[in-house]
Design a protein around this ligand. Structure first.
Ligand code: SF4
Length: 353
């Protein structure tokens, strides 16, 4: 055991890549102190100051809850014929954005469902109207890769054509959301109608090739195996090696098991922190590792000691709130938790991250 740890420590110190076997060992066997030490060493590859973290205030605007993907872990969606569906109009979207601005927020992330009547041109029109109303005061993640994929299919355009259309209408960023666990076995168990992993990366590559930015994400705590989690990280690291434009950040958050078909038990904060450290060490080609205040509240700030360097202060996200997440608008409380970990916090510009 000691020799494996020494091998990993030497690799991290020399900025060499660790294997998935080494990552699995770290997760299962390493002490908390070792994880923090190695994650902090890995963080230093990209961030010289060990004691500084960045953040911003943002809102996830859920423009519709209509979705036909039927993921069993989702507490948010409604099928088109069900009661309680909604599709926000322009004024309702703007009201949510105005609420964010009252909080001093600077980033809006649009996230809805696989709406069977929303074509890509509808998104492009909405985003373009929103941008002209708010100018450069705000930045936007316009859709997730998963929504982009569905909308391209519905609109009968290729991913390259869809990405060109969005880019031409002014879109700058499409978040890498909707990734959950990028493993086809996991996808077949829980969301067979959403996408296959190779297709996800094909769509994200088209987005990057068109000149827009994107991000990497992962959600843990369903019933995924360690192998499935590692498959996700391995595929992501390989994608980033060859990506036409690099993904600046990786955000891992945790599944909330309430009000959905899958249910289950919530992952412990301790497991989240251990995994965060493994992600920082393993993902040696992604500069920013972000910790999730949305799903871990103050506990997320301990993640700064486990390799994370950045976090959001979200003002709303119906998707995770429906599943049991609690959002506080007492931002000072969250920032104090970061300071208590020994970090100076700096508000950052949304892009480039
Ligand atoms: S997770 Fe997203 S794609 Fe899946 S059912 Fe929910 S809204 Fe639809």
């Amino acid at each position: 055991m000691e020799s494996l740890l020494n091998t990993i420590r030497t690799k991290v110190a020399n900025r060499e890549r660790v294997t998935r076997t080494e990552a699995a060992w770290l997760f299962e066997e390493a002490s908390e102190e070792t994880l923090k030490e190695l994650a902090t060493m890995s963080r230093r590859r990209f961030h010289s100051a060990d004691d500084t973290a960045t953040y911003l205030i943002m809102a996830i605007v859920n423009y519709t809850n209509v979705c036909v993907a039927k993921c069993d872990y989702c507490s948010f969606y409604r099928l088109p014929h069900q009661a309680g569906t909604y599709l926000l109009d322009f004024d309702q979207v703007c009201a949510k954005i105005d609420a964010l601005r009252q909080f001093g927020g600077t980033l809006v992330s649009f996230n809805g469902g696989f709406h069977p009547k929303l074509h890509l041109r509808d998104y492009a029109e909405l985003f373009s109207r929103v941008r002209s109303r708010y100018g450069r005061d705000l930045e936007f993640f316009e859709m997730t890769v998963a929504e982009f994929m569905f909308s391209c299919k519905l609109s009968r355009v290729t991913y390259d054509e869809g990405a060109s259309l969005l880019k031409a209408s002014g879109t700058r960023w499409v978040t890498g959301g909707g990734a959950e666990i990028l493993d086809d076995g996991f996808r077949a168990r829980h969301s067979p109608g959403k996408y296959k992993v190779a297709d996800y990366f094909k769509a994200q590559e088209a987005i990057l090739r068109a000149g827009m930015g994107s991000t990497a994400t992962q959600v843990i705590g369903f019933d995924e195996t360690l192998d499935e989690r590692l498959n996700h990280l391995e595929a992501l690291r390989a994608f980033q090696d060859n990506a036409p434009r690099k993904l600046p950040s990786f955000l891992c958050w945790t599944y909330k098991p309430w009000n959905n078909e899958l249910g289950g038990t919530e992952l412990s904060p301790g497991e989240y922190l251990r995994w965060l450290a493994v992600c920082r060490v393993f993902l040696d080609n992604i500069p920013h590792i972000r910790t999730s205040v949305l799903t871990q509240n103050e506990k997320a700030l301990e993640g700064l000691r486990y390799g994370a360097d950045d976090f959001d202060l979200p003002t709303e996200d119906e998707v995770t709130q429906k599943a049991g997440a609690t959002i506080t608008h007492d931002f000072e409380r969250i920032l104090s938790a970061a300071r208590a970990e020994g970090f100076t916090v700096q508000y950052r510009d949304p892009f480039p991250l």
